[in-house]
Design a protein around this ligand. Sequence first.
Ligand SMILES: Nc1ncnc2c1ncn2[C@@H]1O[C@H](COP(=O)(O)OP(=O)(O)OP(=O)(O)O)[C@@H](O)[C@H]1O
Ligand SMILES: [Mg+2]
Length: 455
Amino acid sequence: MRLLIIGPLEGQLTQATKLAMDGGAKVAHAATIEIALATLRAGRGADLLLADVMMDIPALLASLEAERIHVPLVACGTESNAAAAVNAIRAGAKEYIPLPPDAELIAAIIAAVARESTEFLYRDVAMAKVIKLAEQVARSTASILITGESGTGKEVMAKYVHARSARAPQPFISINCAAIPDNLLESELFGHEKGAFTGAIARRIGKFEEADGGTLLLDEISEMDPRLQAKLLRAIQERVIDRVGGNRPVKIDIRIIATSNRDLTEAVREGTFREDLLYRLNVVNLKLPALRDRPADIELLADHFVAKYAKANGLPHRTLSPDALTELLGARWGGNVRELENTLHRAVLLAEGDTIGTEAIRLPDGTGLSDAGPDPIGGLVAHTAQSVSRSLVGQTVSDVERGLILDTLDHCLGNRTHAANVLGISIRTLRNKLNLYTDAGTAVPAPGAQRSSAA
Ligand SMILES: Nc1ncnc2c1ncn2[C@@H]1O[C@H](COP(=O)(O)OP(=O)(O)OP(=O)(O)O)[C@@H](O)[C@H]1O
Ligand SMILES: [Mg+2]
Protein backbone atom coordinates (compact mmCIF):
# COMPACT_ATOMS: atom_id res chain seq x y z
CA MET A 1 0.00 0.00 0.00
CA ARG A 2 1.08 3.59 -0.61
CA LEU A 3 1.23 5.98 2.28
CA LEU A 4 1.67 9.72 1.86
CA ILE A 5 2.97 11.43 4.98
CA ILE A 6 2.17 15.13 5.20
CA GLY A 7 4.02 17.54 7.46
CA PRO A 8 7.55 18.46 8.46
CA LEU A 9 9.44 15.19 8.90
CA GLU A 10 10.72 15.56 12.41
CA GLY A 11 11.48 13.06 15.17
CA GLN A 12 8.29 11.19 15.78
CA LEU A 13 6.89 11.45 12.29
CA THR A 14 10.17 10.05 10.97
CA GLN A 15 9.72 7.16 13.36
CA ALA A 16 6.18 6.57 12.06
CA THR A 17 7.58 6.59 8.52
CA LYS A 18 10.18 3.95 9.41
CA LEU A 19 7.57 1.75 11.08
CA ALA A 20 5.29 2.04 8.06
CA MET A 21 8.11 1.08 5.71
CA ASP A 22 9.03 -1.88 7.90
CA GLY A 23 5.38 -2.88 7.63
CA GLY A 24 5.72 -3.04 3.85
CA ALA A 25 4.16 0.29 2.91
CA LYS A 26 5.57 2.42 0.11
CA VAL A 27 6.01 5.77 1.75
CA ALA A 28 6.15 9.19 0.10
CA HIS A 29 6.49 12.47 1.91
CA ALA A 30 5.07 15.94 1.33
CA ALA A 31 6.29 18.75 3.56
CA THR A 32 3.25 20.92 2.97
CA ILE A 33 -0.39 20.56 2.06
CA GLU A 34 0.26 22.21 -1.30
CA ILE A 35 2.94 19.64 -2.15
CA ALA A 36 0.62 16.84 -1.02
CA LEU A 37 -2.17 18.09 -3.27
CA ALA A 38 0.22 18.48 -6.18
CA THR A 39 1.43 14.91 -5.68
CA LEU A 40 -2.13 13.57 -5.67
CA ARG A 41 -3.15 15.62 -8.70
CA ALA A 42 -0.13 14.36 -10.59
CA GLY A 43 -1.44 10.83 -10.22
CA ARG A 44 1.22 9.69 -7.84
CA GLY A 45 -1.57 8.47 -5.65
CA ALA A 46 -1.81 7.19 -2.11
CA ASP A 47 -4.03 4.67 -0.40
CA LEU A 48 -3.82 6.59 2.85
CA LEU A 49 -2.73 10.04 3.98
CA LEU A 50 -1.05 10.39 7.35
CA ALA A 51 -1.04 14.07 8.27
CA ASP A 52 0.55 15.92 11.14
CA VAL A 53 -2.32 17.32 13.17
CA MET A 54 -0.63 20.73 13.24
CA MET A 55 -1.18 21.07 9.51
CA ASP A 56 -4.44 22.70 8.42
CA ILE A 57 -6.28 19.40 8.11
CA PRO A 58 -9.76 20.88 7.67
CA ALA A 59 -8.41 22.88 4.70
CA LEU A 60 -6.72 19.81 3.25
CA LEU A 61 -9.91 17.76 3.54
CA ALA A 62 -11.94 20.56 1.99
CA SER A 63 -9.53 20.71 -0.97
CA LEU A 64 -9.72 16.95 -1.46
CA GLU A 65 -13.47 17.11 -1.45
CA ALA A 66 -13.65 20.10 -3.80
CA GLU A 67 -11.20 18.46 -6.19
CA ARG A 68 -12.98 15.13 -5.94
CA ILE A 69 -9.93 13.25 -4.74
CA HIS A 70 -10.99 10.23 -2.78
CA VAL A 71 -8.44 9.05 -0.20
CA PRO A 72 -8.79 8.42 3.54
CA LEU A 73 -6.82 10.58 5.95
CA VAL A 74 -5.47 9.73 9.38
CA ALA A 75 -4.19 12.54 11.61
CA CYS A 76 -1.33 12.13 14.05
CA GLY A 77 0.11 14.29 16.79
CA THR A 78 1.15 14.39 20.42
CA GLU A 79 -1.13 14.29 23.43
CA SER A 80 -0.83 18.05 23.86
CA ASN A 81 -2.53 18.63 20.49
CA ALA A 82 -5.90 17.42 21.80
CA ALA A 83 -7.87 20.37 20.44
CA ALA A 84 -6.27 20.05 17.01
CA ALA A 85 -7.05 16.33 17.05
CA VAL A 86 -10.71 17.01 17.75
CA ASN A 87 -10.80 19.51 14.89
CA ALA A 88 -9.20 17.05 12.52
CA ILE A 89 -11.71 14.33 13.38
CA ARG A 90 -14.61 16.79 13.10
CA ALA A 91 -13.37 17.83 9.67
CA GLY A 92 -13.46 14.21 8.53
CA ALA A 93 -10.14 12.56 9.42
CA LYS A 94 -10.80 8.84 9.84
CA GLU A 95 -8.65 8.38 12.86
CA TYR A 96 -6.19 10.04 15.20
CA ILE A 97 -2.87 8.38 16.08
CA PRO A 98 -1.00 9.61 19.13
CA LEU A 99 2.73 10.25 18.79
CA PRO A 100 5.19 8.79 19.53
CA PRO A 101 3.72 6.08 17.33
CA ASP A 102 3.04 2.65 18.64
CA ALA A 103 4.55 0.03 16.31
CA GLU A 104 1.50 -2.22 16.70
CA LEU A 105 -0.89 0.57 15.91
CA ILE A 106 0.91 1.53 12.73
CA ALA A 107 1.04 -2.14 11.73
CA ALA A 108 -2.69 -2.56 12.41
CA ILE A 109 -3.54 0.51 10.34
CA ILE A 110 -1.38 -0.62 7.46
CA ALA A 111 -2.88 -4.09 7.62
CA ALA A 112 -6.41 -2.67 7.65
CA VAL A 113 -5.78 -0.39 4.69
CA ALA A 114 -3.48 -2.63 2.72
CA ARG A 115 -4.59 -6.26 2.95
CA GLU A 116 -1.95 -6.58 0.34
CA SER A 117 -0.35 -9.76 -0.82
CA THR A 118 0.28 -11.30 -4.17
CA GLU A 119 0.44 -14.71 -2.60
CA PHE A 120 -2.36 -16.94 -3.84
CA LEU A 121 -2.56 -20.10 -1.79
CA TYR A 122 -4.30 -23.16 -3.20
CA ARG A 123 -4.14 -26.93 -3.14
CA ASP A 124 -7.50 -28.03 -4.50
CA VAL A 125 -7.75 -29.29 -8.09
CA ALA A 126 -10.75 -27.03 -8.68
CA MET A 127 -8.51 -24.03 -8.04
CA ALA A 128 -5.48 -25.52 -9.78
CA LYS A 129 -7.45 -25.41 -13.05
CA VAL A 130 -8.18 -21.71 -12.62
CA ILE A 131 -4.54 -20.99 -11.76
CA LYS A 132 -3.41 -22.81 -14.89
CA LEU A 133 -5.63 -20.61 -17.04
CA ALA A 134 -4.50 -17.50 -15.15
CA GLU A 135 -0.86 -18.34 -15.86
CA GLN A 136 -1.55 -18.97 -19.52
CA VAL A 137 -3.11 -15.57 -20.01
CA ALA A 138 -1.09 -13.51 -17.52
CA ARG A 139 1.56 -12.48 -20.06
CA SER A 140 -0.91 -11.37 -22.72
CA THR A 141 -2.58 -7.97 -22.62
CA ALA A 142 -6.05 -9.47 -22.84
CA SER A 143 -8.67 -8.00 -20.54
CA ILE A 144 -9.70 -10.39 -17.80
CA LEU A 145 -12.95 -10.71 -15.94
CA ILE A 146 -12.65 -12.38 -12.55
CA THR A 147 -15.93 -13.63 -11.14
CA GLY A 148 -16.83 -15.45 -7.97
CA GLU A 149 -18.82 -15.08 -4.79
CA SER A 150 -17.87 -12.46 -2.26
CA GLY A 151 -14.65 -13.30 -0.43
CA THR A 152 -13.42 -15.96 -2.87
CA GLY A 153 -10.19 -14.07 -3.56
CA LYS A 154 -10.92 -12.03 -6.70
CA GLU A 155 -8.67 -9.18 -5.67
CA VAL A 156 -5.81 -11.50 -4.67
CA MET A 157 -6.19 -13.22 -8.02
CA ALA A 158 -5.96 -9.90 -9.86
CA LYS A 159 -2.68 -9.12 -8.08
CA TYR A 160 -1.44 -12.61 -8.86
CA VAL A 161 -2.08 -12.10 -12.57
CA HIS A 162 -0.36 -8.72 -12.56
CA ALA A 163 2.65 -10.12 -10.70
CA ARG A 164 3.06 -12.80 -13.37
CA SER A 165 2.70 -10.46 -16.32
CA ALA A 166 5.37 -8.54 -18.18
CA ARG A 167 3.85 -5.47 -16.53
CA ALA A 168 4.81 -6.56 -13.03
CA PRO A 169 7.40 -3.78 -12.53
CA GLN A 170 4.79 -1.19 -13.58
CA PRO A 171 1.99 0.02 -11.30
CA PHE A 172 -0.95 -2.09 -10.19
CA ILE A 173 -3.74 0.36 -9.48
CA SER A 174 -7.12 -0.67 -8.18
CA ILE A 175 -10.33 1.18 -7.83
CA ASN A 176 -13.48 -0.03 -6.18
CA CYS A 177 -16.36 1.10 -8.37
CA ALA A 178 -18.90 0.30 -5.66
CA ALA A 179 -17.20 2.27 -2.91
CA ILE A 180 -16.93 5.60 -4.71
CA PRO A 181 -19.95 7.80 -5.44
CA ASP A 182 -20.77 8.12 -9.17
CA ASN A 183 -19.92 11.80 -9.39
CA LEU A 184 -16.44 11.20 -7.95
CA LEU A 185 -15.73 8.00 -9.86
CA GLU A 186 -15.40 9.74 -13.20
CA SER A 187 -12.67 12.11 -11.93
CA GLU A 188 -11.07 9.28 -10.04
CA LEU A 189 -10.81 7.16 -13.21
CA PHE A 190 -10.17 9.70 -15.92
CA GLY A 191 -8.82 12.71 -14.07
CA HIS A 192 -9.90 16.25 -14.83
CA GLU A 193 -8.66 19.52 -16.26
CA LYS A 194 -8.47 22.77 -14.40
CA GLY A 195 -11.89 24.42 -14.41
CA ALA A 196 -13.80 21.22 -15.25
CA PHE A 197 -16.12 21.92 -12.31
CA THR A 198 -16.24 24.30 -9.36
CA GLY A 199 -13.38 23.18 -7.19
CA ALA A 200 -11.22 21.89 -10.02
CA ILE A 201 -8.47 24.40 -9.40
CA ALA A 202 -5.77 22.35 -11.10
CA ARG A 203 -5.33 19.46 -13.49
CA ARG A 204 -5.58 16.08 -11.86
CA ILE A 205 -4.36 12.77 -13.27
CA GLY A 206 -6.79 9.87 -12.89
CA LYS A 207 -6.22 6.17 -12.28
CA PHE A 208 -6.12 5.32 -15.96
CA GLU A 209 -3.08 7.50 -16.49
CA GLU A 210 -1.60 6.51 -13.16
CA ALA A 211 -1.75 2.87 -14.22
CA ASP A 212 -0.11 3.61 -17.58
CA GLY A 213 2.13 0.73 -18.57
CA GLY A 214 0.67 -1.41 -15.81
CA THR A 215 -2.62 -2.96 -14.73
CA LEU A 216 -5.86 -1.28 -13.72
CA LEU A 217 -8.21 -3.30 -11.53
CA LEU A 218 -11.83 -2.21 -11.78
CA ASP A 219 -13.28 -3.84 -8.71
CA GLU A 220 -17.06 -4.50 -8.53
CA ILE A 221 -17.54 -3.32 -12.09
CA SER A 222 -21.25 -4.17 -12.07
CA GLU A 223 -21.80 -1.12 -9.88
CA MET A 224 -20.57 1.36 -12.47
CA ASP A 225 -23.26 3.68 -13.81
CA PRO A 226 -24.20 3.40 -17.51
CA ARG A 227 -22.76 6.76 -18.53
CA LEU A 228 -19.34 5.79 -17.18
CA GLN A 229 -19.67 2.36 -18.78
CA ALA A 230 -19.85 4.14 -22.13
CA LYS A 231 -16.75 6.15 -21.36
CA LEU A 232 -14.93 3.04 -20.19
CA LEU A 233 -15.86 1.20 -23.38
CA ARG A 234 -14.29 3.95 -25.46
CA ALA A 235 -11.15 3.85 -23.34
CA ILE A 236 -10.81 0.11 -23.87
CA GLN A 237 -11.61 0.18 -27.59
CA GLU A 238 -9.58 3.16 -28.60
CA ARG A 239 -6.89 3.09 -25.92
CA VAL A 240 -7.41 6.76 -25.23
CA ILE A 241 -9.21 8.60 -22.46
CA ASP A 242 -10.65 12.06 -22.03
CA ARG A 243 -10.04 13.85 -18.78
CA VAL A 244 -13.19 15.44 -17.39
CA GLY A 245 -13.39 18.89 -18.97
CA GLY A 246 -10.55 18.01 -21.33
CA ASN A 247 -10.57 18.32 -25.09
CA ARG A 248 -7.40 16.45 -25.98
CA PRO A 249 -7.58 12.65 -25.81
CA VAL A 250 -4.76 11.05 -23.82
CA LYS A 251 -3.16 7.79 -24.99
CA ILE A 252 -3.01 5.01 -22.44
CA ASP A 253 -1.39 1.60 -22.35
CA ILE A 254 -3.01 -0.49 -19.67
CA ARG A 255 -4.26 -3.95 -19.00
CA ILE A 256 -7.70 -4.05 -17.50
CA ILE A 257 -8.86 -6.59 -14.99
CA ALA A 258 -12.43 -6.31 -13.77
CA THR A 259 -14.13 -8.21 -10.97
CA SER A 260 -17.73 -8.90 -10.18
CA ASN A 261 -19.61 -11.05 -7.74
CA ARG A 262 -22.79 -10.51 -9.73
CA ASP A 263 -23.59 -12.45 -12.86
CA LEU A 264 -22.94 -9.86 -15.56
CA THR A 265 -24.91 -11.72 -18.24
CA GLU A 266 -27.85 -11.35 -15.92
CA ALA A 267 -27.06 -7.64 -15.49
CA VAL A 268 -26.98 -7.30 -19.28
CA ARG A 269 -30.36 -8.95 -19.51
CA GLU A 270 -31.73 -6.57 -16.88
CA GLY A 271 -30.36 -3.65 -18.82
CA THR A 272 -28.00 -2.38 -16.11
CA PHE A 273 -24.78 -3.44 -17.83
CA ARG A 274 -23.72 -2.81 -21.42
CA GLU A 275 -23.39 -5.95 -23.48
CA ASP A 276 -20.60 -4.52 -25.66
CA LEU A 277 -18.61 -3.66 -22.55
CA LEU A 278 -19.07 -7.16 -21.18
CA TYR A 279 -17.65 -8.62 -24.42
CA ARG A 280 -14.65 -6.32 -24.21
CA LEU A 281 -13.90 -7.17 -20.60
CA ASN A 282 -14.69 -10.83 -20.80
CA VAL A 283 -11.92 -11.86 -23.18
CA VAL A 284 -10.84 -14.29 -20.49
CA ASN A 285 -13.06 -15.24 -17.58
CA LEU A 286 -11.44 -16.59 -14.42
CA LYS A 287 -14.20 -18.15 -12.36
CA LEU A 288 -13.19 -18.62 -8.75
CA PRO A 289 -15.00 -21.55 -7.15
CA ALA A 290 -16.74 -21.03 -3.82
CA LEU A 291 -14.66 -22.17 -0.85
CA ARG A 292 -17.10 -24.98 0.03
CA ASP A 293 -16.37 -26.47 -3.40
CA ARG A 294 -12.63 -26.75 -2.76
CA PRO A 295 -12.15 -28.68 0.47
CA ALA A 296 -8.39 -29.10 0.07
CA ASP A 297 -8.10 -25.30 0.10
CA ILE A 298 -10.10 -25.06 3.33
CA GLU A 299 -7.46 -27.10 5.10
CA LEU A 300 -4.49 -25.30 3.55
CA LEU A 301 -5.91 -21.82 4.17
CA ALA A 302 -7.03 -22.71 7.70
CA ASP A 303 -3.47 -23.72 8.64
CA HIS A 304 -2.15 -20.58 6.99
CA PHE A 305 -4.51 -18.25 8.87
CA VAL A 306 -3.91 -19.99 12.19
CA ALA A 307 -0.16 -19.42 11.83
CA LYS A 308 -0.65 -15.87 10.57
CA TYR A 309 -2.88 -14.73 13.44
CA ALA A 310 -0.91 -16.47 16.15
CA LYS A 311 2.11 -14.52 14.96
CA ALA A 312 0.21 -11.25 14.53
CA ASN A 313 -1.13 -11.47 18.08
CA GLY A 314 2.11 -12.63 19.66
CA LEU A 315 0.60 -15.99 20.63
CA PRO A 316 2.29 -19.41 20.47
CA HIS A 317 1.59 -21.43 17.35
CA ARG A 318 -0.98 -24.18 17.90
CA THR A 319 -2.49 -26.56 15.38
CA LEU A 320 -6.17 -27.22 14.76
CA SER A 321 -7.58 -30.30 16.47
CA PRO A 322 -8.92 -33.01 14.11
CA ASP A 323 -12.48 -32.25 15.30
CA ALA A 324 -12.08 -28.59 14.60
CA LEU A 325 -10.84 -29.36 11.10
CA THR A 326 -13.81 -31.64 10.46
CA GLU A 327 -16.12 -28.83 11.51
CA LEU A 328 -14.40 -26.38 9.17
CA LEU A 329 -14.62 -28.81 6.26
CA GLY A 330 -18.37 -29.22 6.79
CA ALA A 331 -19.29 -25.55 7.07
CA ARG A 332 -21.09 -23.59 4.38
CA TRP A 333 -18.71 -20.61 4.16
CA GLY A 334 -21.19 -18.14 2.71
CA GLY A 335 -18.48 -15.47 3.09
CA ASN A 336 -15.82 -17.77 1.58
CA VAL A 337 -12.12 -17.19 2.34
CA ARG A 338 -12.75 -13.90 4.12
CA GLU A 339 -15.14 -15.62 6.49
CA LEU A 340 -12.72 -18.49 7.05
CA GLU A 341 -9.99 -15.97 7.81
CA ASN A 342 -12.13 -14.13 10.37
CA THR A 343 -13.31 -17.35 11.95
CA LEU A 344 -9.74 -18.52 12.46
CA HIS A 345 -8.53 -15.15 13.66
CA ARG A 346 -11.21 -15.38 16.35
CA ALA A 347 -10.40 -19.04 17.06
CA VAL A 348 -6.74 -18.20 17.64
CA LEU A 349 -7.79 -15.60 20.21
CA LEU A 350 -10.36 -17.80 21.93
CA ALA A 351 -8.57 -21.17 22.04
CA GLU A 352 -7.41 -22.17 25.48
CA GLY A 353 -5.88 -25.66 25.15
CA ASP A 354 -2.73 -26.97 23.46
CA THR A 355 -4.59 -27.23 20.18
CA ILE A 356 -7.33 -25.12 18.67
CA GLY A 357 -10.47 -27.12 19.33
CA THR A 358 -14.11 -26.88 18.28
CA GLU A 359 -14.95 -24.71 21.30
CA ALA A 360 -12.95 -21.89 19.73
CA ILE A 361 -14.66 -22.18 16.35
CA ARG A 362 -17.79 -20.08 16.12
CA LEU A 363 -19.62 -20.53 12.87
CA PRO A 364 -22.49 -18.34 11.73
CA ASP A 365 -25.93 -19.71 12.51
CA GLY A 366 -26.96 -19.62 8.87
CA THR A 367 -28.64 -16.23 8.81
CA GLY A 368 -26.57 -15.69 5.72
CA LEU A 369 -25.49 -12.10 6.31
CA SER A 370 -21.97 -13.13 5.44
CA ASP A 371 -23.22 -13.66 1.89
CA ALA A 372 -23.76 -9.95 1.61
CA GLY A 373 -21.97 -8.52 -1.40
CA PRO A 374 -19.41 -5.72 -1.38
CA ASP A 375 -18.23 -5.22 2.11
CA PRO A 376 -16.63 -1.85 2.79
CA ILE A 377 -15.51 -2.67 6.29
CA GLY A 378 -13.44 -5.64 5.32
CA GLY A 379 -14.50 -8.88 6.89
CA LEU A 380 -16.23 -7.39 9.84
CA VAL A 381 -19.74 -8.01 8.66
CA ALA A 382 -18.95 -11.65 8.06
CA HIS A 383 -17.13 -11.67 11.34
CA THR A 384 -20.13 -10.69 13.38
CA ALA A 385 -22.78 -12.17 11.14
CA GLN A 386 -23.58 -14.83 13.65
CA SER A 387 -24.73 -12.34 16.20
CA VAL A 388 -26.52 -10.04 13.82
CA SER A 389 -29.78 -11.81 13.21
CA ARG A 390 -31.74 -8.64 12.75
CA SER A 391 -31.92 -6.66 9.53
CA LEU A 392 -29.60 -3.68 9.34
CA VAL A 393 -32.10 -1.59 7.44
CA GLY A 394 -33.88 0.86 9.69
CA GLN A 395 -30.99 1.25 12.09
CA THR A 396 -28.77 4.30 12.23
CA VAL A 397 -25.09 4.05 11.41
CA SER A 398 -24.22 4.63 15.05
CA ASP A 399 -26.56 1.80 16.14
CA VAL A 400 -24.84 -0.57 13.74
CA GLU A 401 -21.43 0.66 14.80
CA ARG A 402 -22.25 0.13 18.47
CA GLY A 403 -23.50 -3.38 17.72
CA LEU A 404 -20.38 -4.18 15.72
CA ILE A 405 -18.04 -2.87 18.40
CA LEU A 406 -19.77 -4.68 21.26
CA ASP A 407 -20.07 -7.93 19.31
CA THR A 408 -16.40 -7.79 18.37
CA LEU A 409 -15.50 -7.09 21.97
CA ASP A 410 -17.52 -10.13 23.00
CA HIS A 411 -15.69 -12.28 20.48
CA CYS A 412 -12.39 -11.03 21.85
CA LEU A 413 -13.57 -11.81 25.37
CA GLY A 414 -13.43 -8.18 26.36
CA ASN A 415 -9.79 -7.77 25.29
CA ARG A 416 -9.61 -4.13 24.17
CA THR A 417 -6.35 -4.41 22.27
CA HIS A 418 -7.46 -7.41 20.21
CA ALA A 419 -10.87 -5.90 19.55
CA ALA A 420 -9.34 -2.62 18.33
CA ASN A 421 -7.04 -4.62 16.05
CA VAL A 422 -9.87 -6.65 14.59
CA LEU A 423 -12.00 -3.53 14.14
CA GLY A 424 -9.14 -1.63 12.54
CA ILE A 425 -9.54 1.33 14.91
CA SER A 426 -7.20 2.66 17.55
CA ILE A 427 -7.44 1.48 21.11
CA ARG A 428 -8.04 5.09 22.08
CA THR A 429 -11.04 5.41 19.75
CA LEU A 430 -12.37 2.13 21.09
CA ARG A 431 -12.03 3.26 24.70
CA ASN A 432 -13.72 6.59 23.95
CA LYS A 433 -16.64 4.83 22.30
CA LEU A 434 -16.98 2.35 25.15
CA ASN A 435 -17.04 5.24 27.64
CA LEU A 436 -19.85 6.85 25.68
CA TYR A 437 -21.82 3.60 25.68
CA THR A 438 -21.33 3.16 29.42
CA ASP A 439 -22.41 6.74 30.03
CA ALA A 440 -25.53 6.06 27.98
CA GLY A 441 -26.31 3.07 30.18
CA THR A 442 -25.28 0.27 27.76
CA ALA A 443 -23.55 -2.75 29.28
CA VAL A 444 -19.98 -3.08 28.04
CA PRO A 445 -18.08 -6.37 28.50
CA ALA A 446 -15.31 -6.07 31.08
CA PRO A 447 -11.85 -7.32 30.10
CA GLY A 448 -11.95 -11.12 30.12
CA ALA A 449 -15.74 -11.26 29.92
CA GLN A 450 -18.62 -11.36 27.50
CA ARG A 451 -22.01 -9.75 27.92
CA SER A 452 -24.33 -12.37 29.41
CA SER A 453 -26.71 -12.17 26.47
CA ALA A 454 -23.94 -12.93 24.00
CA ALA A 455 -23.45 -16.25 22.27
N1 LIG B 1 -6.02 -18.05 -2.24
C1 LIG B 1 -5.83 -17.19 -1.22
N2 LIG B 1 -4.69 -17.18 -0.55
C2 LIG B 1 -4.50 -16.34 0.48
N3 LIG B 1 -5.42 -15.47 0.92
C3 LIG B 1 -6.60 -15.44 0.30
C4 LIG B 1 -6.87 -16.28 -0.81
N4 LIG B 1 -8.11 -16.03 -1.25
C5 LIG B 1 -8.59 -15.06 -0.45
N5 LIG B 1 -7.70 -14.70 0.48
C6 LIG B 1 -7.92 -13.70 1.54
O1 LIG B 1 -9.33 -13.62 1.74
C7 LIG B 1 -9.77 -12.27 1.83
C8 LIG B 1 -10.75 -11.98 0.73
O2 LIG B 1 -10.11 -11.99 -0.54
P1 LIG B 1 -10.47 -10.92 -1.67
O3 LIG B 1 -10.61 -9.56 -1.08
O4 LIG B 1 -9.51 -11.11 -2.79
O5 LIG B 1 -11.91 -11.45 -2.08
P2 LIG B 1 -12.95 -10.87 -3.12
O6 LIG B 1 -13.42 -12.01 -3.94
O7 LIG B 1 -12.35 -9.71 -3.83
O8 LIG B 1 -14.13 -10.41 -2.15
P3 LIG B 1 -15.29 -9.30 -2.43
O9 LIG B 1 -16.20 -9.86 -3.47
O10 LIG B 1 -15.98 -9.19 -1.12
O11 LIG B 1 -14.60 -8.05 -2.86
C9 LIG B 1 -8.52 -11.42 1.78
O12 LIG B 1 -8.13 -11.11 3.10
C10 LIG B 1 -7.50 -12.30 1.11
O13 LIG B 1 -6.21 -11.99 1.54
MG1 LIG C 1 -12.90 -7.68 -3.85
